[in-house]
Design a protein around this ligand. Structure first.
Ligand code: SF4
Ligand code: SF4
Length: 501
């Protein structure tokens, strides 16, 4: 680690240690009673202006736009399939994502997606710290939105503080009431948007409006309304500090080259108020204006060093840059830096490190495998189960019969008339009890599974064939779609009585 980083780091630790010591002495003071839980101190984040605030605006618009509008996007899949671009069809047991259709048998794609998501999070965290928490986590985005609603109705930080301190009067009642009403409307819209992912959105919207939607839809909207309102409006930063496990886990992904929002202590200290025209020699650049604290949605002071509460939203950078412009000092007293970056020097950032290479390699490998599998997967699949009991039946004419359960998946949106052929058995015939029409023809409806009960029979004359030397022969069930040429195959065995053959 570079010297500057070391110095800063040790100062940060001293700061934390000092704080801990103060707390410890407070706890051990004789006769002092402390409540089990610390009461919450209200936070009134001030509106920041600058690059990072603009980035956060853009991310908020994009992420909320996607969430609320995606269920309304249509995608033509043909006449026998839903036209909703993203649909989790639980009764039909299908997941539709544009041109991708996931069947229950392919749930491993969802597992792969979760693994990819986790690896991407690990990679982003080792490179850019808590970038997920600061910009894209739903808790951050919705809390940010709720704070803006509050600011829009009640005013910025100082007005909100004044309003909270004043006694209940008409102004306080209508401003607080309207804030909670708008929060509730956003929460209802959030719950409403969620259920649209599980059913045809326009149909469900109509059913919800006329009161004929299924009960689970109302329950889900109620649950989501409650959680959005309470997590985004009431609990806010407490969710990140006390409920979310991620701040505790991500420390394992940081190293001295991870980008973190940090205060340049060597440049900033000794801090203190500064009057226009006064010299800057012998003092730090921090004018102790506390604007970095005023804009912080977590209510912390970045100058105290790295803290678990810091979600790395970078709004304190914007606030401090504004102050530095005003007092005529260089920007980035608070900035994105690595612990290896010396004070006032060029950023030392190494994106290529063993851990980032491992994460990136795993992402490429798993993503590539999934993509290959998606692009090459067939829209026709078959599986077969041999009867467990009896394993075979000796027929009165001396031949042997085995029973099977054949399943054929037609993933296309057209009905298919398939031809079944059996490979690996000499002189085999297919028997399908109670079936009308040729035994080797199987019809499967669009986007459906056909379960076919069938028997294979071989005559006595071929039982001495070398294929049956081990008491069983490998058999392949091949299904061919004459219209498209698509094929699927399933494998099993044909068993014969070994001793008496
Ligand atoms: S300290 Fe800065 S980066 Fe951290 S949460 Fe507060 S404003 Fe965001
Ligand atoms: S905004 Fe900048 S100058 Fe003001 S207190 Fe924070 S670090 Fe110091």
């Amino acid at each position: 680690m570079a010297q500057g980083g070391m110095a800063r780091s040790s100062r940060m630790n001293n700061g934390s240690a000092g704080k801990a010591a103060t707390q410890a002495s407070a706890v051990s003071a004789p006769g002092t009673k402390h409540p089990l839980y610390k009461s919450r101190e209200p936070i009134y984040p001030k509106l920041a202006h600058g690059t990072y605030r603009r980035i956060k605006w853009a991310i908020m618009v994009v992420t909320l736009g996607i969430y609320y509008l995606l269920p309304w996007l249509r995608f033509d899949r043909g006449p026998n399939a839903p036209d909703q671009a993203v649909l989790l069809d639980l009764p039909g047991r299908r997941f539709y994502f544009f041109w991708i259709e996931i069947w229950p048998q392919e749930v491993y794609y969802l597992t792969g997606l979760l693994i990819l998501g986790a690896l991407a999070l690990f990679l982003a965290t080792s490179l850019f710290g808590r970038v997920w928490c600061g910009y894209t986590c739903p808790q951050t985005v919705w809390t940010d939105l709720f704070i803006h609603v509050e600011r829009w109705i009640q005013g910025d930080r100082n007005r909100r503080i004044r309003l909270d301190r004043q006694p209940w009067n008409f102004e306080k009642i209508w401003k607080k009431g309207l804030t909670h009403l708008v929060w509730l409307l956003i929460a209802v819209a959030t719950g409403g948007a969620w259920v649209f992912y599980f059913a045809d959105a326009p149909t469900l919207m109509h059913e919800l409006l006329v009161g004929t939607a299924p009960a689970p839809a109302y329950i889900a909207i109620g649950a989501f309304t409650f959680t959005t309102y309470s997590l985004g409006g009431l609990m806010r930063e407490q969710v990140c500090i006390y409920m979310c496990p991620w701040p505790r886990i991500q420390g394992a992904m940081f190293d001295e080259y991870t980008l973190l929002v940090s205060y340049d202590e060597q440049r900033g200290e000794p801090r203190g108020p500064h009057k226009k025209g006064e010299p800057w020699e012998g003092r730090g650049d921090c004018v102790d204006c506390r604007q970095c604290v005023a804009v912080c949605p977590m209510g912390i002071d970045i100058r105290d060093g790295p803290q678990l509460e810091c979600i790395q939203c970078a709004l304190c950078i914007d606030a401090c840059d504004e102050i530095m412009d005003r007092v005529g000092r260089p920007r980035r007293l608070i900035r994105y830096a690595t612990l290896a970056t010396p004070s006032g020097k060029r950023l030392e950032f190494k994106p290529i490190r063993p851990r980032t290479v491992i994460y990136a390699t795993l992402i490429v490998l798993i993503g590539g495998l999934m993509l290959y599998s998606l692009l090459t997967r067939s829209d026709l699949e078959a599986s077969v189960l041999h009867d467990r009991n009896p394993l075979y039946v000796r027929l009165s004419d001396g031949g042997v019969r085995n029973g099977y359960q054949l399943k054929v998946l037609n993933k296309s949106h057209d009905a298919r008339d398939l031809k079944l052929s059996i490979e690996g058995l000499p002189a085999v015939s297919i028997l399908r009890p109670l079936h009308e029409g040729p035994a080797d023809r199987i019809r499967v409806d669009p986007d459906d599974v056909a379960a076919v009960r069938l028997y294979l029979k071989v005559p006595k004359a071929v039982l001495r064939d070398s294929a049956f030397d081990d008491g069983e022969a490998e058999v392949t069930f091949r299904l061919t779609d004459p219209a498209s040429g698509s094929q699927a195959e399933a494998h099993s065995v044909f068993r014969v009585p070994t001793r008496r053959r």
